[in-house]
Design a protein around this ligand. Structure first.
Ligand SMILES: [Zn+2]
Length: 347
């Protein structure tokens, strides 16, 4: 009887596992993408304070193209961005980035920038630049009013200055809106726009300004939270590419087997084009797995899932694939040893 019960329980667990993950039926074979015609790129995003020569050498050994600095997100992202900009002025930090550069790694920077691009201290003199909340009040917290032309001018000019501060950056830029759900302006004009339209409107304004000084600049439209669906009232300017960041995905299920957002991905790729389309995944995001609180938890990657997901994204048309890899710095190593990012190898 006990054996029967155990067997029944096992079958039940297996049934639940497959029914939650595999609405299309489980597929175990991976079709290899023909890479002859496409140049693939990959990057890992780490917090600047977790950067080390060891991290850089690890990425170089795995054949990864790009190392990306990502100051911590959340409500105070503009402050962590300022901290990173200060680090970028130091010889010590630049020496590490020089080392990455000497090994042939690209250097990029990705962060939530809205509150940095619209300085909060302008609220006193120009409350109309800032967002209207649900109570109809302008407030200096998060994002800004995207229907205010003067506000957009300030943001775009600050973005050009910011781009120049990003030491040895490629000309691909990532100046995301703020990192809090439902924090867009609700004034009469902005309320006519979806969050996706608002995001693209801002990015369009920034790329136009960037290209005056950096003609080959490119700028990410971050498909994330409320900006996940395609915009419907605004179309992308030259130089805008889509960056797809599925923060709500289930990291226990292979996307090939069940991805409830697949139709949206296809719509995004149709709308923005596949050229330069980028994925920003969470496979190695130990900050998320540690609930963004230190000390970090021990990180055990599902390497087969990661390799399969990478292949899946490439088949959909993404050539640039990246993942957060935060909370895997020196303090992590002291607790648990070397983090395993081998599934991200490009060799
Ligand atoms: Zn507004």
């Amino acid at each position: 009887m006990k054996t029967f019960l155990r067997l029944t329980t096992t079958l039940l667990v297996l049934f639940i596992f497959f029914s939650s993950c595999s609405k299309k039926g489980p597929q175990t074979n991976t079709t290899t993408t023909d890479s002859s015609a496409v140049t693939y790129e990959q990057s890992l995003l780490i917090h600047p304070e977790e950067l080390s020569i060891k991290w850089i050498d690890r990425m170089h050994a795995l054949g990864i193209n790009t190392i990306t600095m990502h100051p911590r997100g959340g409500r105070n992202a503009y402050k962590t961005l300022e901290e990173m900009l200060q680090m970028l002025e130091t010889e010590e930090f630049r020496a590490m980035l020089d080392h990455a550069d000497s090994l042939g790694l690209n250097i990029e920077y990705e962060f939530h920038a809205a509150s940095y691009l619209m300085p909060r201290d302008l609220y006193e003199s120009h409350p109309e630049y800032f967002r209207m909340n649900a109570d109809g009040q302008r407030e200096p917290l998060l994002n800004f009013c995207v229907s205010n032309e003067e506000a957009l001018d300030i943001v775009a000019k600050r973005a050009v200055e910011l781009a120049k501060k990003l030491y040895k950056s490629t000309h691909r830029y990532y100046f995301w809106m703020d990192d809090v759900k439902e924090s867009t302006c609700q004034c009469e004009k902005c309320a006519q726009l979806s969050e996706s339209d608002m995001t693209l409107l801002v990015m369009n304004r920034i790329i136009k300004e960037l290209r005056k000084e950096i003609p080959d600049a490119q700028l990410a439209y971050l498909a994330y939270h409320g900006a996940m669906p395609i915009p419907t009232q605004v179309t992308p300017e030259e130089g805008i590419f889509v960056e797809y960041a599925p923060i709500d995905r289930d990291l226990k299920c292979r996307l090939r087997e069940n991805n409830p957002d697949e139709e949206n991905i296809k719509a995004l790729l149709d709308f923005f084009g596949k050229k330069n389309a980028k994925v920003l995944e969470y496979w190695f995001d130990n900050s998320m797995m540690s609930n963004w609180t230190k000390p970090p938890k021990q990180f055990v990657p599902d390497n087969d899932l990661i390799r399969d997901d990478i292949d899946y994204y490439r088949q959909l048309g993404f050539s640039y694939i990246s993942s957060f890899a935060c909370f895997l710095g020196a303090d992590y190593e002291e607790l648990y040893g070397e983090p395993d990012v081998s599934a991200f190898s490009m060799k």
